[in-house]
Design a protein around this ligand. Sequence first.
Ligand code: CIR
Length: 265
Amino acid sequence: MSDRSYRFTHAITRKPAASIIAGLRAVDTGTPDLALMQAHHAAYIAALRATGATVIELDALDAYPDSVFVEDTALCLPSGAVTMRPGAPSRLGEAAEMAPHLEALYADVKRISGPDSFIEAGDILMTETEILVGRSARTNAAGIAELAALVAPWGETVREVHTPPGVLHFKTDCSLLDAETILATRRLSATGCFTGYRLIDVAEGEEAAANTIRFNDVVLMPAGFPRTRDALLAAGYDLREIGNSECAKLDGGMSCLSLRFTSKP
Ligand code: CIR
């Protein structure tokens, strides 16, 4: 079995912009503190680099308040990349900002372009064998169908699933921990979408801990979720807890802050 879904040589991040205070959020829980967010962001990048990966840090984009959440702009696969078409109008232009950076690294960069297609990569979970895409308020059937058609020539299979109502993205509620293991909230795993995978439940009341990333030998998780942390430690994962209080005010977590991929020489 390959390990394409958690072993990476590279990541792309983007510095948080001062305009982050105008970023999208479902519920207003306070103004994000830019300096603290920058400190958390630096710790996140350091944790990625400590695994031996190269991290490309892009400049802040003030015109796009949510642009620190680079994950939503593209899907990076072993054979090529696909730029997304974000369903949030204020984020639509972020994909074109990312495209040249991917074109510098990948021979094949495709793009979601249908005028009725909307898809954000926060709704996409890549595993060893398939690409799960959650329908959500940001990702529609046309976007998923277009993605499926674009990646089929690369031998990739897309499976449409559902993001729970009121949850921003599919991956807000789940993460891949290794080739066969998924960490998920009960409200998501109860839909049955992870049949065939080994499941670890996020502790009740710690739903915001579900968005982690497995990156090479470590799992990055948001700090402040002791019962989920202990469950992951007991399962043998090498954890790095990263402060996420400021991104959480904008519904962002560990996966949202990077594009992760393997660059072939
Ligand atoms: C948004 O609403 O689009 C941002 N405030 C948060 C995006 C988080 N991204 C992600 O879950 N992949």
